[in-house]
Design a protein around this ligand. Sequence first.
Ligand code: PLP
Length: 465
Amino acid sequence: MSLSKRGLQAPRALVDDLESSYGHLTGICRMCAGGVGYGPTPMALREAGLRAAEIGGGYGPVAGEPALLAALREKLFLHNGLDADSEGCSILVTAGANQAFLNVLLAVADGGDRVILFAPYYFSHYSACVLAGLQPVVLDIAEDGAAAEALQRYAERKGAIDESASGKVRAVVVCTPCNPTGLVLENAALWKIANICERHGWWLIVDEAYEHFDFEMQLTERAGNLFVESAERPSSLAGMAVSKGRPYLMNRRTIHIFSMSKSFGMAGYRVGYTVCSRSIRAHEGRDLFDILRRVNDTVATHASRQSQLLAVCVLHDIGCITILQSRRLRVLLYVRELWQWAISLARAGIVQLSPHWLNDASLEGTSERQLRIGAFYVFFRVILNRERSASCREARDTELCRFLAEHYRVLVAPGSIFGMEPDDCWLRVSVGACCSNDVGALREALHRLSNGITEYRHRRMSLKS
Ligand SMILES: Cc1ncc(COP(=O)(O)O)c(C=O)c1O
């Protein structure tokens, strides 16, 4: 009996393993998975139930329910400043952003082709590349500097290499706000990346699953994505249009991936969507949307119609939207707590914060408002000596996660799943779902986490002496 190489090479589902091993423990604080602690209102659920009863159980359109496509067009216009119709954009609904990402890979690349990811990356991006038979090329922005510069250097190096020997680059993946670092790419950086992709004929895939968790945008209403006019608008980008007197940008090589999971608390319902321009006839008059539809038809036919109807009810229910907004603001409160906690550990020399944000020199005087924080994570390295104990059979970061769960009842995610060296002991802490109503419970969990990390360091340090 055989098992596929790609299946065997795909990384372990470690978050699920940790959740299954420890998630049920009494008093455990679950800061490992990337969910939120809220969901659609009972009213939206009731309304969706009535609509679902009307449609029955048959198949629906592959690209999505017409009512949802209309609601998403409205959302794109109001929230993202994109007039999808006049920009010639197509929307395709999927069973979550994860399926959207796999669909896109299957539509733009062939086995052996390369896809560029920036580390730390969202782990499903890496696995999806492996499962699609592609070669993920990981640019470590901890070492190579900011993403746009790292990509530029790669493109220059790449120019000297014969691409055909080792697979052509087809796409670059950006996640903003980023899981796991929380980094929000400024428009200027996004545009630089988009320009490099344009010059080399690469697709740019932008995962915006955390679009509503760009807290600077929440506070200042300054959007941070490619749809909105940028001061640094490059002349080479196509697809620029002026619509209704307001300038919008839609880069024809950019594929946007959105999710209903985080912003609208619908993770279990599995609804996401892609937005892409139809202006590139990439092959014999075919555009990307044609191929995305074929892929979707084959992989899932369409996302659950009942879930799509719920998404319509959520997007149309002002009461529900208002409640979700207030829930997101509460998450912001938790994120601030989280960052203050992490900064204090960094000042005490216990952890090193994600290098894309800070280095030791800039730590002085740092407050969370000076950082462009997004998503609901903090990502840091626990500072340890690099000696390994003979008894340690597991990666260091996973061993630490187990230690924290078993002895301190806090479950966090190991950094190796995001592409970091396991023995460097990076951790991601999530506050999206852990304590939906109580900042005191969050402080208590962070206190336990500090104690657990301190004890683990003490044990490891004393091993050396
Ligand atoms: C960056 C990113 N993209 C996509 C997803 C998955 O979204 P969905 O639930 O819509 O598949 C996640 C979930 O954690 C994520 O962090």
